[in-house]
Ligand binder design. Structure first.
Ligand code: PEP
Length: 269
């Protein structure tokens, strides 16, 4: 079992100075009791060196955030708490929505914004995503901004322009010191939940497209500070080949983060 300290931080990757982040997006799975059990098992199976290799975040449904916050704090488990979404307004008549300040009060550190399921199933435009990113940064949390193309866009050689438009919408009017805090996740839509991951070269292409869009607005140093995860059908067999790429700073994992065994093998890849 790994050391119990919240000060247990990931070491920067010597190849680029950026700290890796491996995140588990649980989507609409696990009630709060199941969530507690998963985090306990996960912490039990991780080694100290795993926490040095990468920061690890878990993103339960809203209903489990408070339970996981208490577990992480009480047992001093050095896993970061994440959310899957938030609304951009602070408070008001927005039935069913959760604000970034509500998440901040729960000790949430990372908020996934613009996941393709939210873009496609819930109509989130680039503009809405940009507002959410600002709401998260405004509360001193870190957005994990998901970008990526559909299969038809890929087939039409639009991957780069789609990524650029998605990144542009977020970073254009932003101060550089805020921009460099963003974590992007390159998640080709066709790879999410399909069992067909991108090739590592595709992931590197996506990461480079993200950084060149950032560089266009804020210059190379800012672009080289932003972290870029890869997400889409990551599993224990393919995680290493993504993590081996200097351009890739971690993983956003859906299905394979739902069991401690699978998520641990990915982190230990
Ligand atoms: C995701 O939901 O962000 C994701 C990458 O899912 P999966 O790993 O299941 O493809």
């Amino acid at each position: 079992m790994a050391a119990r300290s919240r000060d247990f931080v990931a070491k920067p990757n010597p190849r680029n100075g950026r700290c890796r982040l491996i995140s588990g997006n649980w989507k609409m799975n696990l009630n709060h009791l199941e969530a507690i059990s998963l985090v306990q098992k996960l912490h039990y199976s991780l080694r100290e060196s795993d926490y040095h290799f990468a920061e690890i975040s878990v993103h339960p449904p809203f209903t489990a955030l408070r339970s996981i916050q208490l577990l992480l704090e009480t047992d001093r488990i050095p896993i970061s708490l994440g959310a899957q979404n938030c609304y951009f307004e602070e408070s008001g008549a927005y039935t069913g929505e959760i604000s970034s300040s509500m998440l901040g009060k729960l000790g949430v550190k990372y908020v996934i914004v613009g996941h393709s399921e939210r873009r496609d199933l819930f109509g989130e435009s680039n503009e809405i995503v940009a507002k959410k990113v600002n709401a998260v940064l405004g509360l001193e949390m870190t957005p994990i901004v998901c970008v990526g193309e559909s299969m038809s866009q890929r087939e039409g050689a639009e991957t780069e322009s789609v990524i650029q438009a998605q990144v542009d919408a977020v970073v254009t009017a932003m101060r550089p010191e805020l921009c460099e805090q963003i974590v992007f996740a390159y998640e080709p839509k066709w790879a999410i939940g399909s069992g067909v991951p991108a090739e590592p070269a595709d992931a590197v292409f996506g990461a480079n497209a993200i950084r060149s869009a950032v560089a266009k607005h804020h210059g190379e140093p800012v672009a080289n500070s932003v972290r870029v995860q890869y997400g889409g059908s990551v599993n224990s067999a393919n995680a290493k080949e993504f993590l081996d790429q200097a351009e890739i700073d971690g993983l956003l994992v859906g299905g394979a983060s739902l069991t401690a065994e699978a998520f641990t093998t990915i982190i230990q890849a």
